[in-house]
Design a protein around this ligand. Structure first.
Ligand code: GLU
Length: 294
């Protein structure tokens, strides 16, 4: 018999959950139930500076209030840095990552120097300028010397080399839709992100690395999450290909936008689940509101 599909909701405890999170969690639970599958909760707390036990406790409280049930034990990413480090070592051995030493200020200056009104520096899908990848050209000896001298550095994916190494046409099955309605078999274009960070001295694993490794370790077959992460999937596909990991199906759902048309953020108190509860709304009303228009 085929094993049941596995879904997950993977919030970061760096703020309070809002209606958009409720939509993701409820949709995951609903799809898991309909498919006779499993539903996991994963706490994505790799950002040790911003994640707190209070926000984590808030996640459990809000989800329980919404009557969401998940399997225990919960995987907390901060307890699994060794898994992400092992994946990074494999990528190092493949020669598809490199240490970058430029500080934020140096990156800014480099871009300002090279950007002209007629030639805008390329931006990623989130609007951030691509990394100048000057350090990609450093010799092995120079890299080693700088690392040995204690220079702060980040490990970045050499996206061009990685795509060459992956040597397959990267696609994924999209059961939802991207921001431009992309659906069905979607071509991954990881190069639109440039050389993304996979690990930093002060944060040993990035979102891209940990999420890809964990989805594989946990046997996730269906990734259901907000459309704001649609483009990130291209990087996840590339990492899966390099690391030989299974490829889940993806379903990106529409976001709940605020009255001003902007997507909800954890800083916005008006649609925080706790605020809604304290304003007297019932869990049933919040569930209906979160799933409205899906
Ligand atoms: N931890 C991510 C977030 O809270 C979600 C990761 C994912 O679903 O892939 O935005």
């Amino acid at each position: 018999m085929a094993s049941p599909p596995v879904f997950r909701f993977a919030p970061s405890p760096n703020g309070e959950l809002h209606l958009g999170h409720a939509r993701s969690a409820l949709l995951n639970q609903r799809l898991a139930r309909e498919a006779g599958g499993r539903f996991l909760l994963r706490i994505e707390d790799i950002d040790l500076a911003r994640c707190t036990p209070e926000f984590e406790a808030g996640i459990y409280r809000d989800l329980e209030w919404l009557k969401i049930e998940w399997e225990k034990p919960v995987r907390r990413q901060s307890e699994h840095f060794v898994d992400y480090a092992a994946a990074l070592e494999r990528l190092k051995a493949m020669g598809v990552v490199y240490p970058s030493f430029m500080s934020r200020g140096q990156i800014r200056d480099h871009i300002a120097e090279h950007e002209t009104p007629s030639r805008r520096w390329p931006r990623d899908p989130d609007g951030a300028p691509l990394y100048p990848h000057v350090d990609r050209a450093l010799t092995r000896r120079e890299r080693q010397k700088r690392i040995a001298s204690g220079a702060p550095h980040a490990w970045r994916l050499d996206v061009a080399a990685a795509m060459e190494t992956a040597a397959e046409k990267l696609t994924w099955t999209e059961l939802g839709a991207g921001p431009l309605g992309e659906t069905g078999k979607v071509t991954a274009r990881p190069e639109i992100w440039g050389d993304v960070i996979l690990s930093r001295s002060d944060a040993p694993a990035s979102y891209h690395l940990s999420v890809t490794v964990d989805d594989a370790i946990q046997g996730i077959t269906d990734v259901v999450r907000g459309q704001d992460l649609f483009h990130a999937t291209a990087i996840h596909r590339l990492l899966q290909s390099l690391l030989g990991l299974p490829v889940p199906r993806y379903r990106h759902h529409s976001l709940i936008v605020g009255e001003d048309g902007r997507k909800l953020a954890k800083s916005r108190r008006d649609t925080g689940l706790r605020a809604l509860r304290e304003s007297g709304m019932s869990a049933k009303e919040v569930r209906a509101l979160a799933l409205e228009g899906l």
